[in-house]
Design a protein around this ligand. Structure first.
Ligand code: NAD
Length: 341
């Protein structure tokens, strides 16, 4: 049995990943460490039985060096998949400090405890660290913005524009340095925008669904023409699984679904689907779309070139936006059935 520390497993992507990972592998013991900020929700993990023999949940902070060191020793942790982060760009504009603390200092703390445990511990045999792996989950936002053409590759220079993306870019660099300086077995994945079940209410797609169902204005930034490369969350989880097990140490892999859609397309598609699922007496949900002042530093277009993970590891997104959004809407209709009339 190998023990793996998964951080941020009560958040959106982590809580899709943890049950998937537990079900797929019987030889891992999973320790899910989450601080339970406003973004964590244990209801997202309700499908894991309370007495699961290979799972434990620890409420705690990735900045807490003592706690992390204790977890490494207690469980002889051999791997880390690091999701925990402050993740909402709008919040990073209002209050960047928490982003630097968790995303930069927290990632550093985790990495450094792992390095000491794996590479300096008197209990480990020579070269034991080669069996250990630290997987850092990051974003395509580190690359900044694209014009009308072009795609982000793993070679695209970093040019983050928000405090969120700058904090993620910083953590990516620290992770990279631990490979080049210490030879630690690290991998990083930079993924495009995720959507799907369990995403926090503050994010674009849940906001659109909730506001529409509540017959409230659906806020769309600027002219609605910002483009994101949307990836269904389970496709991301499968990509992480593959990179964690088969990716090459020291490498980074971009993960994206080749599903570039602008925000106007997203909101119109969701409204059209809701028109079918829960028709209004009068007109379409589109009547609630409202354009609001653009977000400062709002990147215009992100799009991922996923050739490396596709050709080297055989990953491919299984959902396109039009299939993934149907599953997503069905999940939110169930979630909001009692709270939104
Ligand atoms: P989320 O905000 O839904 O979840 C983050 C989780 O981390 C929460 O459960 C929160 O309680 C926990 N957390 C926050 N600070 C912590 C701390 N100091 N110590 C321990 N736990 C803490 O985020 P998400 O959307 O699931 O994103 C997960 C990761 O994936 C992040 O690193 C994010 O940068 C990255 N990412 C997200 C997307 C996306 O579209 N959501 C795309 C690419 C990359």
């Amino acid at each position: 049995m190998k023990s793996i520390l998964i951080t941020g497993g009560a958040g959106f992507i982590g809580s899709n990943f943890v049950p998937y990972f537990l079900n797929k592998y019987e030889d891992y013991y999973v320790i899910n460490l989450d601080k339970m900020t406003y973004a964590g929700d244990l209801a997202n993990l309700a499908e894991i039985p309370a007495n699961h023999p290979r799972y434990s949940f620890v409420e705690g902070d990735i900045c807490d060096r003592e706690l992390i060191a204790q977890l490494f020793t207690e469980h002889n942790i051999k791997g880390v998949i690091h999701f925990a982060a402050e993740s909402h760009v709008d919040n990073s504009i209002e209050g960047p400090e928490a982003f630097i603390r968790t995303n930069v200092n927290g990632t550093f703390t985790l990495l450094d405890v792992a390095r000491k445990y794996w590479m300096e511990s008197p209990f480990t045999y020579k070269d034991a660290y080669k069996d250990c792996r630290f997987h850092h989950i990051s974003t395509d936002e580190v690359y900044g913005t694209l014009g009308k053409t072009g795609l982000f590759t793993e070679e695209t220079p970093y040019a983050p524009n928000s405090p969120y993306s700058a904090s993620k870019a910083s953590s990516d660099m620290i992770v990279r340095s631990y490979f080049h300086t210490y030879g630690m077995q690290v991998v990083t994945t930079n993924c495009s925008n995720n959507y799907g079940p369990k995403q926090h209410d503050e994010k674009l797609i849940p906001v659109i669904i909730r506001k529409a169902l509540g017959k409230q204005s659906i806020p769309i930034y600027g002219d609605g023409q910002n483009i994101r490369d949307w990836l269904y969350v389970m496709d991301h989880c499968k990509g992480i699984d593959l990179v964690y097990h088969k990716g090459e140490a020291g490498e980074t892999y971009n993960i994206g679904g080749r599903n570039e859609r602008d925000n106007l397309y997203i909101v119109n598609t969701i409204c059209e689907l809701l028109d079918k699922y829960k028709p209004l007496e009068n007109g379409s949900y589109k009547q609630f779309i409202t354009f609001v002042k653009d977000r400062p530093g709002h990147d215009r277009r992100y799009a991922i070139d996923a050739t490396k993970i596709e050709t080297q590891l055989g990953w491919k997104a299984e959902e396109n936006f039009e299939t993934g959004i149907v599953k997503t809407i069905e999940w939110y209709l169930e979630k909001y059935k009692e709270t939104v009339s």
